[in-house]
Design a protein around this ligand. Structure first.
Ligand code: BGP
Length: 474
């Protein structure tokens, strides 16, 4: 029984999150085709793709969740997870993306994952596309630049709703859909190099994804009436570097560039500020009547990742890039940063929750948040573990701010900590950038036994869940 008061509502969905390409491995097993991740050995931001899979790509084996999922889910259950966010690898279901029939072996794999979750009473939260476009769609169509992708995605999403619609309530259409313009290959399977790709093509790709997302929402309602479909955006509060109105205006523009995706998903149409951007850049989107109709099918909830805030300035002399940050911005001198340069700002999470709620009035789901850090495996009374007090502090402080936002009146339905088990990083493809409550014995050079060891944060999170947040230190 919870004796201390807690702002978290009854039924709050506590859990953890992963993505197929970062945990499953088995990249060529069970009929799976290649995805863009299988040719991104050094991560998705600023690194070149390889021609084909190479032995230095840790994602090919990842943490072998494909063969170990039952034990891993049992560990999640031991922490008391109410929900588990995972993604379905598109190329396990449609190996080339444009196949006529789905791959039954791939579908059966996720049946087994869902069986395990059901056994433990864990609610699935499924990302339909998490940075893993089938490679063939990239090579043959230039990814989301092509309108054909809408149809392929529609077929894929329909297959998932048909197969799992009676077992899965919560669906996310695209992971961090607003990263497309920043990481076109990883996020949108666009094979033309970014510097050769015109803005016209990039924005058209964005439009195609938005239409596909809305179309999937429409189909889910037809096929699986109990489904609740959300969009998923990368959130990043932007602060003015100074009170100079020019800096504040720059912040407004940066905010708009991020918020347009949520605006379209919740309002069903493009906002005026975005149309102005298109006009001023000389971009003319091809938007059909069917597209406009599709876009009106808005989401049930908004989900997002939150890792950091950034600052912005209008002064070109002060524009220094923030390390590791894919969305631009400059470092905030008041904040400390993680070992990878991501600035740590728990209050920013409260701010973004309020901003999204004020703007969209849709239930909010925090589906990624956490600290990537180097961990050291130690022996405590004969048991191998990690004393990750830094991770506990990070998560505690962010969750306290979630509680504050709930007290502000924001409707928050759940929280899934990113990388609840150590996995391969998306931006750098390292295993040493660890987020988990569970340590996985695998190193950046690929060595290791793949054995799992609960960290100190494992028991800490179990307590947070058991007390519905009352055990957090305020
Ligand atoms: C988000 C992605 C995840 C994840 C996370 C942490 O952008 O949705 O896939 O990996 O960031 O980033 P990284 O793995 O680069 O540390």
């Amino acid at each position: 029984m919870t004796t201390k008061t807690t702002p978290f509502p009854e039924g709050f969905l506590w859990g953890g999150a992963t993505a197929a390409n970062q945990v499953e491995g088995a990249y060529n097993v069970g009929g799976k085709g290649l995805s863009v991740q299988d040719v991104l050995p050094h991560g998705g931001i600023g690194s070149a793709r390889s021609a084909g899979p190479t032995p230095d790509n840790l994602k090919l084996e990842a943490i072998d969740f494909y063969h170990r999922f039952a034990d891993d889910i049992a560990l999640f259950a031991r922490m008391g997870f109410k929900t588990y966010r995972f993604s379905i690898a598109w190329s396990r279901i449609y190996p080339n993306g444009d196949d006529a029939e789905p791959n039954e072996e791939g579908l059966a794999f996720y049946d087994r994952v869902l069986d395990e979750l059901e056994k433990h009473g864990i609610e699935p939260l499924v990302t339909i596309s998490h940075y893993e476009t089938p490679l063939h769609l990239s090579d043959a169509y230039d990814g989301w630049v092509s309108r054909d992708l809408i149809g392929f995605y529609e077929t894929y999403a329909r297959t998932l709703f048909d197969r799992y619609g009676s077992r899965v309530t919560y669906w996310l259409t695209f992971n961090e859909i607003n990263s497309l313009l920043h990481a076109p290959f990883m996020s949108g399977g666009i094979s033309t190099p970014k510097d050769m790709l015109g803005e016209q093509a990039l924005y058209q790709a964005m439009h195609h994804e938005l239409v596909a997302s809305a179309r999937a929402t429409r189909i889910a309602r037809e096929v699986a009436p109990n489904a609740r479909v959300g969009c998923m955006v990368l959130s990043m509060p932007v602060y003015p570097l100074t009170p100079d109105p020019a800096d504040v205006l720059t912040v407004m523009d940066a905010d708009h560039a991020n918020l347009v995706y949520g605006d379209v998903h919740t309002r069903g149409t493009y906002p005026g500020y975005f149309l102005r951007t298109l006009r001023e850049r000389g971009i003319e989107l091809e938007i059909t009547d069917q597209d406009r109709e599709d876009l009106t099918h808005t989401v049930d909830f908004v989900s997002f990742s939150y890792y950091m805030s950034v600052a912005e300035t209008a002064d070109p002399a002060k524009k220094v890039a923030g390390a590791g940050n894919i969305m631009g911005g400059v470092p905030n001198p008041t904040l400390a940063a993680s070992e990878w340069g991501w600035q740590i700002d728990p209050v920013g999470l409260r701010i973004v929750l309020n901003q999204f709620w004020d703007r969209w009035q849709k239930p909010l789901f925090i589906v990624e948040n956490g600290l990537g850090a180097k961990d050291e495996l130690v022996d405590v009374d004969g048991v191998k573990t990690v004393i990750d007090d830094y991770r506990i502090a990070y998560l505690n402080d962010h969750l306290v701010q979630v509680g504050e936002a709930i007290a502000d009146g924001v409707e928050v339905i759940g929280y899934t900590s990113w990388g609840c088990i150590d996995l391969v990083s998306a931006s750098t493809a390292q295993l040493s950038k660890r987020y988990g409550f569970i340590y996985v014995d695998r190193n950046d050079d690929g060595t290791g036994t793949l054995e799992r060891f609960p960290k100190k944060s494992f028991d800490w999170y179990a307590e947070v869940i058991a007390t519905n947040g009352a055990s957090l230190t305020r």
